[in-house]
Design a protein around this ligand. Structure first.
Ligand code: PLP
Length: 403
């Protein structure tokens, strides 16, 4: 069965060119880049090249790039490392729609005595910068706001947020895991202090990430040990993956325009067709301030998991906004924070594209989804009661504090 992969915000295919770039660094050029011999030295030079390639994609300086094991580690390093560097400041600001890499950590830090302010979002998933202005004080150590949301694609006005935070003397960290490779970034001309990214979202392998740390930013290392990464992240470097991430960054720059033209057009076509042909559907996320590859659509009165399973049987891979996979029957914390009604949040599906998707795949998906929804609605007790006003008032805010 042919796979139509529309789950690229979960992870992406490793670009074959990335894989080829990595290949020699497993069995042939396996030296340790910290070794004195030239065998290791040639790997060190290749790491420098990868650092330069990633820095170029971000508009950063090579010395501002710290390689990590993933986006989660980058987020943790930024937040914990800042708190350690400013022990007198015990306040953190974040948003209610962050990825668990940030939100779970912040909620854990509350238990350790930190004060955390979670900014709410409006119905399109957008934060309010006036609220940010009000909550950041001289006691705030760090503000951690994602650049774009992984579930809805909504893009926060991160540069404006960064300027507000800087004026108040706090550190601005952004989880840009979903942005790097999809939108142009120029950190040379930016107030952002730290930025987290993850290789597997931009066609590099899983298990490699990076943290941009602006020169002069105070942040304590998360992993202590050897002197790798200029003492900012100990541990022998994951050389093949770093080299792969460097290549992926170079390719991302080459394909950036395609993300905003061809990929976005495919996304728009899919989105429009589903919203027009399937009754009782809604788009979750900002209509314009949104990643070019992401469409989150609610099919009211059906279970997202059921939709996913039926799509999976057809070879179509998408993702549900529901947290059922984590053992909870609550719909996604992001959609709940946006006030998406219960009956819509449960049936939300995220389609996320990449440059590897084709028009034929989108046509196939457009042809298959309506029948899947129709079949599920035939057996849905909620669909039969779709005009019952009682359904609209179901209280699903219970457990809002659990991601
Ligand atoms: N932040 C966002 C917005 C993400 O989408 C993800 C992954 O889904 C992460 C952080 C975590 O990245 P990683 O899987 O590399 O730890």
């Amino acid at each position: 069965m042919k796979i139509v992969y529309l789950d690229n915000n979960a992870t992406t295919r490793v670009d074959p060119e990335v894989f080829e770039e990595m290949r020699p660094y497993f069995c042939e050029l396996y030296g340790n880049p910290s070794s004195m011999h030239t065998f290791g030295g040639q790997v060190a030079r290749k790491l420098d090249e990868a650092r330069g390639r990633l820095a170029a994609l971000l508009g950063a300086d090579e010395t501002e790039i710290v390689f990590t094991s993933c986006g989660t580690e980058s987020d943790s390093t930024a937040i914990r490392g800042t708190l350690e560097a400013y022990p007198e400041k015990r306040h953190i600001v974040t948003s209610r729609v962050e990825h668990p890499a940030v939100l779970s950590l912040c909620r854990h830090l509350v238990k350790q005595g930190y004060e955390v302010t979670e900014l709410g979002v409006d119905r399109q998933g957008m934060i309010d910068l006036d609220e940010l202005r009000e909550v950041v004080t001289d006691r705030t150590a760090i503000v951690s706001l994602m650049w774009a949301n992984n579930e809805t694609g909504t893009i926060f006005p991160i540069e404006e947020a960064a300027r507000i935070v800087k004026e108040r003397g706090a550190v601005l960290h952004t989880d840009a895991v979903q942005v790097v490779g999809k939108l142009p970034i120029n950190l040379a001309d930016s107030a952002i202090d730290m930025l987290a990214l993850s290789g597997h979202k931009l066609h590099a392998p899983k298990g490699i990430g990076a943290l941009f740390v602006r020169r002069g930013t105070r942040v304590r290392p998360f992993l202590l040990g050897g002197h790798q990464e200029r003492g900012r992240r100990a541990g022998t470097e994951n050389t093949p993956s770093i080299i792969g991430l460097g290549k992926a960054a170079e390719l991302a720059a080459e394909h950036m325009e395609e993300e905003q033209t061809r990929v976005q057009r495919l996304r728009d076509r899919l989105e429009r067709a589903l919203l027009e042909t399937v009754p009782r559907t809604r788009l979750n996320g900002h209509p314009t301030e949104r990643l070019p590859n992401t469409a989150n659509i609610s099919f009211e009165f059906v279970e997202g998991e059921a939709i996913l399973l039926m799509l999976s049987d057809l070879g179509i891979c998408a993702s549900s906004g529901s947290a059922c996979t984590s053992g909870s029957l609550q719909p996604s914390h992001v959609l709940r924070a946006m006030g998406v009604p219960f009956t819509a949040a449960h049936g939300s599906i995220r389609f996320s594209l990449s440059r590897f998707n084709t028009a034929e795949e989108i046509d196939f998906t457009i042809a298959k989804v309506p029948a899947v929804i129709e079949r599920l609605r035939e057996i849905s007790p909620f669909w039969k009661r779709r005009d019952d006003p009682a359904l609209a008032t179901v209280d699903y805010s219970v457990g809002l504090d659990n991601t």
